[in-house]
Design a protein around this ligand. Structure first.
Ligand SMILES: Cc1cc2nc3c(=O)[nH]c(=O)nc-3n(C[C@H](O)[C@H](O)[C@H](O)COP(=O)(O)OP(=O)(O)OC[C@H]3O[C@@H](n4cnc5c(N)ncnc54)[C@H](O)[C@@H]3O)c2cc1C
Length: 454
């Protein structure tokens, strides 16, 4: 028995209700896996507990022996940050409680909750938090990295609804991030990733569940390029904040046909006039299919497509402006997709929405206008090079548009020379230095300026 497993066994002896899974245990194989099967990682132990005493002991032990600590919420990060090779995995995934405090307008959420836990609990009670678009995603990583979803235009990024958190710091203390003394911590948790400590409870501002009108416009003939151009002009100039539009390019029919799916979610509109305006702007022949007026069911609309974990690689490019001519390059990239599980998604951050919103957050995307996500999923390791090359070369094609900002939640572990996840974030470097000077929490897109002025 190694010294490290002795430590784990001592915790089991001393504390009740703690689950620790060691290599060789029956549950180990399944528990060590993350959603992105590219990452085949073997932690030295997997600790499943919400006991603050145990978690403090693990942090202390990790700091003392310089052991990498990985923290898992939903385990969905593309870079495999939800596990570790040779470190200790703190796995919160069994802890999914969502508590609604309607009187104070707050939801208290444990760090293993998935988006489905949140949507199911809140929507029934007439509330919402603006979260992402696939139910199995963890709220923890989503929030700490930012959080883009169907209510972005009206309610902002997920992290903008974060109003407090209990955080276990590298020095072993637990603090309330809403305490004015920790204003910088709360600011940094809103989009600065898991760099600052272990979040034991998230507290979010509740918003009222909006009425929605959600659907898709499908385009798959020779008019794609023209319609795509019109769409970009529409997004640049006319898109109202209560309409979130997410165009997606894919190939179908064994790669022979390129399709444009324009998914949309319109919230709090009395008569859907915004959708008709969008259609008439795109072109007379366009017609949409209403999929649902129920927000919770739109939230799980694409779940089936993502239900099987596969190998995956993504790149994210976030320009602060995009001209309509970019549609030509994006279509050329789409036509060279190596398989039907590849896609290019355009996310519109609609800067006009910010006029009435004043939440201060670390998320670099708040200054950007668009995100472009190049994503590939496949099954067999022999195909790795083909898919990874497609993603990389497509992102590279956007070099002229690319201001160097990438969305941390979509960025793989190796970051290219011209990519910056924490672009221009001097304030984040200072927060990292204050809360985690020895960089104990490094299994993330690391804010690695910790020693820069040493
Ligand atoms: C199918 C799919 C759909 C997606 N859709 C969207 C979307 O619509 N919008 C969007 O914005 N993003 C989306 N994403 C990206 C998603 O936001 C990130 O993958 C996010 O990091 C997932 O969070 P997680 O808790 O599941 O991940 P994990 O891999 O468990 O964690 C991610 C990071 O957060 C840190 N972390 C986790 N829990 C804690 C904690 N309690 N304290 C401190 N640090 C912690 C981890 O250390 C790690 O660095 C999607 C991803 C997938 C795979």
């Amino acid at each position: 028995m190694t010294g490290h497993s002795n430590f784990g066994r001592e915790l089991l002896d001393k504390f009740e209700g703690v689950v620790i899974i060691f290599p060789g245990d029956p549950a180990y194989e399944e528990s060590r896996k993350v959603y992105n099967r590219m990452h085949d990682l073997y932690p030295i132990m997997i600790v499943q507990t919400m006991s603050r005493a145990v978690l403090k002991a693990v942090v202390k032990y990790g700091a003392l022996h310089n052991i990498e600590l990985a923290i898992r919420g939903g385990g969905h990060h593309i870079a495999g940050f939800g596990s570790t090779h040779g470190g200790i995995l703190i796995d919160f995934s069994p802890f999914t409680d969502v508590h609604v405090d309607a009187e104070n307008g707050i939801a208290r959420i444990l760090p293993g909750a998935r988006l489905r836990d949140i949507d199911n609990t809140l929507c029934q009670r007439g509330y919402v938090i603006p979260v992402g678009t696939v139910s199995d995603t963890g709220i923890a990583g989503l929030t700490l990295g930012g959080g883009i979803g169907w209510l972005l235009g009206s309610l902002g990024y997920t992290c903008e609804s974060l109003i407090g958190a209990d955080v276990l710091l590298a020095n072993g203390t637990i603090v309330n991030a809403e305490d004015p003394a920790h204003e910088e911590l709360l600011w940094a948790l809103r989009g600065g990733g898991g760099n600052f400590g272990i979040v034991l409870e998230f507290r979010f501002r509740l918003s009222l569940l909006p009425t929605v009108y959600c659907g898709t416009i499908e385009v798959f003939d020779e008019s794609i390029e023209e319609i795509f151009k019109n769409l970009i002009v529409y997004l640049n100039e006319y898109c109202p904040p209560n309409l979130v539009v997410a165009p997606l390019l894919k190939v179908v029919n064994g790669g022979r046909v390129c399709k444009l799916f324009i998914d949309f979610c319109l919230s709090n509109s009395p008569d859907n006039r915004e959708i008709h305006q969008l259609e008439s702007y795109l072109g007379a022949s366009i017609k949409h299919a209403l999929i649902t007026r129920n927000y919770a069911s739109w939230q799980s609309w694409s779940d089936e497509h993502f239900s099987t974990p596969m190998r995956g690689y993504w790149k994210s490019v976030c320009p602060d402006f995009m001209g309509a001519e970019i549609s030509t390059s994006l279509l050329a990239c789409a036509k060279s997709m190596p398989g039907e599980n590849c896609s290019i998604t355009l996310e519109h951050f609609n800067p006009s929405r910010r006029i009435n919103q004043a939440v201060s957050c670390a998320l670099p995307l708040v200054k950007m206008h668009y995100g472009i996500l190049f994503s590939a999923r496949w099954l067999v390791p022999a195909d790795d090079v083909k898919y990874i090359n497609w993603v990389r070369s497509s992102a590279e094609c956007m070099a002229d548009e690319w201001q160097g900002t990438s969305y941390s939640n979509y960025t793989p572990s190796e970051v290219g020379k011209r990519e910056f996840v924490w672009r221009g974030s001097e304030r984040l470097f200072l927060a990292k230095k204050r809360y985690d000077p020895a960089n104990l929490f490094r299994r993330n897109h690391n804010i690695s300026g910790v020693n820069r002025d040493a």
